[in-house]
Design a protein around this ligand. Structure first.
Ligand code: DAH
Length: 356
């Protein structure tokens, strides 16, 4: 019996398992139900009882060896077939089916460019919620309650039972009212509440106004706010930063003009105009014959706003501006209808592919 075991072991060790057929024959001959190993186990009962244990052990080892060889080779063969071509006539030189890659939206491209330009001179990016409380959107920005200045921006109000304002100075007794932010300026307040000067932040984001949708107006659009607060900041700093920004974004030949204006949260305030890019300043119907187009509002942050946001107006001053990203994009790429940005017409969107 032990001799048979030794002979079978040599056979198993030497068995050629090159192909799947050989592997199958191996299984039938040795490990299968009617194979030699099963035979040997049957014969175990004929072995002298005192040797039976030792022979049984040897037999078990032999079985493990056979199973190990079988399984190892089986796995190798399976892995090889998985990697092999399913169809040997398949032509690997055929060109692939091109995968249609999406393109970035023009508003995203312009927003990213704005962020890059201002990051180069030390501005970081801050964000705030689109569902904002009345205090951050209006009161803290010096729009007194029930003041007509609130009508400058037609507001969507939000039903707000059960919501509690975060970081708002709202009187605890009167419930906070919520709205869709009408501008990105409330993020200025949030940044100042969270951090002491020096502050150099830009705040891009979506804003909402209750307006009928047309070629020139939408109920949802994007702005980017800039806020710079430190000791001894003056209007000259504001002008110089806007000059740099406009020239980086639109080109060195584009001029900037500040026009006196009013915003509740800045004093003094100015609107920012640039040379009309359509007629290059000669006057056309886009700039209504003036040669200038407005890109946003700006000013020195009102001391009352600094105070409401927890910053000492005796020690610090700063400037802010807010610009429309759609407006900038329309000027930069001569887009004439605001609705194109939200229609998702691929013929429009694909034109910006090459600008990435
Ligand atoms: N928030 C104003 C608007 O939406 C724009 C604006 C004007 C922002 C002056 C400013 C600013 O930061 O200083 O009409």
């Amino acid at each position: 019996m032990q001799e048979t075991i030794a002979r079978v072991r040599l056979e198993i060790e030497a068995y050629d398992l090159a192909t799947a057929e050989q592997l199958d024959q191996f299984r039938i001959a040795y490990t299968g139900r009617k194979g030699q190993l099963a035979d040997l186990f049957d014969q175990l009962k004929t072995v002298d009882p005192q040797d039976r244990r030792a022979v049984g052990q040897e037999l078990n080892q032999l079985k493990q060896l056979a199973l190990a060889r079988f399984e190892e080779r089986q796995q190798q063969l399976e892995a090889a077939t998985a990697n092999a071509p399913a169809d040997p006539t398949f032509d690997y030189t055929l060109p692939t089916v091109p995968q249609a890659l999406g393109t970035r939206h023009p508003l995203s491209l312009v927003r990213e460019e704005i962020v890059r330009i201002l990051a180069r001179i030390g501005f970081n990016v801050a964000e705030g919620p689109e569902i904002e409380d009345d205090w951050h959107n209006f009161t803290a920005l010096n729009f007194p309650e029930n003041h007509p200045a609130r009508d400058m921006q037609d507001t969507f109000f939000v039903k707000s039972e059960g919501l509690t304002p975060e970081g708002s100075e709202q009187d605890a007794k009167s419930p906070a009212s919520y709205l869709l932010r009408t501008h990105t300026s409330p993020v200025q307040v949030r940044v100042m509440q969270a951090q002491q000067p020096p502050i150099r932040s830009i705040m891009p984001g979506r804003v909402y106004r209750n307006e009928a949708i047309s070629a020139r107006a939408h109920m949802m659009f994007h702005q980017v706010e800039a806020l710079f607060i430190d000791e001894n900041v003056s209007f000259a700093d504001l002008k110089q930063t806007v000059y740099y920004f406009v020239q980086e974004l639109f080109g060195a030949e584009v001029q900037v003009r500040f026009r006196p204006s009013f915003f509740p949260f800045t004093e003094p305030s100015a609107e920012i105009d640039i040379t009309c890019l359509i007629c290059k300043g000669k006057g056309c119907n886009i700039c209504k014959g003036t040669g200038w187009v407005e890109i946003g509002g700006s000013g020195m942050v009102d001391p009352a706003v600094l105070e409401q946001s927890g910053i000492d107006p005796e020690r610090y001053s700063g400037y802010a501006w807010g610009m429309g990203i759609e407006r900038i994009t329309m000027l930069k790429y001569q887009i004439k209808d605001l609705r194109l940005f939200t229609e998702n017409d691929l013929r429009f969107l694909r034109q910006f592919e090459s600008l990435i």
